[in-house]
Write a protein that binds this ligand. Structure first.
Ligand code: PEP
Length: 250
């Protein structure tokens, strides 16, 4: 993990009402009171304000799970970056494979979303990752490179360093099949190389692994040189399990 500050994010997906989100934060905060890590909660839109307010003054930062690329307009059902920033949201997950698969998220849209997030002062957490077929076909690096080049096409130089990248192999998300520490390290190191070639201060950028991270496997994954944190789905729904993963980051 070198000397980068560990970054542990909870992606709740479409789980937790506002009341349940409040309960989670109240249970989590005492458990992570001493942490020096960046701890990020990504609740559904409706719970963002509650999590922001409840976690003020703590290590917890708050991220949305998606946003629209435009600031405003006739886009029924959508939420923009300035709307999130107004709520004191810190970051936004972009390009999660569930959004790519179920909601038609494209690399072209992501190329607009990443700069829109940055312009509003939100830290983009850009998700990239290969399918099982791509891995079996030896295409993992090619998929990662294509996604990174496309999604970050409009972000240059110093701004790139403000992006957090999450390596999320699709076959490991919500399946209980975690990438081995070696597979995850190899992919994260490759991502860092691509970012470096794009002119980023890649050594200072946080690259996360996501895909069935649990208290029992987190320490080994997070001990890898190029894995700076985790994007956690299922195991982040329980405050005790999530706190244990935060602790596993050292
Ligand atoms: C995710 O939602 O990004 C994720 C990695 O989920 P899980 O930890 O459940 O695999």
């Amino acid at each position: 993990m070198a000397d980068r500050v560990p970054y542990i994010a909870a992606n709740w997906k479409m789980h937790k009402t506002v009341a349940e989100a409040a309960e989670f934060v109240d249970a989590l905060l005492p458990r992570i009171a001493a942490t020096q890590h960046d701890v990020v909660i990504c609740p559904p839109y409706l719970a963002l304000g509650e999590v922001v307010e409840r976690s003020r003054g703590s290590a917890v930062r708050v991220a949305a799970q998606n946003m629209h690329e435009q600031e405003s307009g006739a886009f029924t059902g959508e939420v923009s970056a300035p709307m999130l920033a107004e709520l004191d949201v810190d970051a936004v997950v972009l390009g999660h494979s569930e959004r790519r698969r179920h909601f038609g998220e494209t690399d072209e849209a992501l190329a607009r979303k990443v700069p829109a997030a940055l312009a509003a002062g939100l830290e983009p957490i850009l998700c990239v990752g290969e399918s099982e077929e791509a891995r079996d076909g030896g295409q993992t690096d090619a998929v990662l490179e294509r996604q990174l080049q496309a999604d970050l096409a409009e972000v240059g130089g110093a701004k790139l360093a403000e992006v957090v990248v999450a390596y999320e192999p699709i076959w490991a998300i919500g399946t209980g099949r975690t990438a081995t520490p070696e597979q995850a390290q190899q992919a994260c190191a490759f991502i860092r190389d691509v970012l470096r070639e794009r002119g980023a201060a890649a050594n200072s950028m946080r690259i996360l692994y996501g895909g069935s991270v649990k208290p029992g496997n987190a320490a080994e994954l997070l001990a890898q040189e190029d894995i700076d944190g985790a994007l956690v789905g299922g195991a982040a729904l329980d405050p005790g399990d999530f706190a244990a993963i935060v602790e596993a980051a050292g």
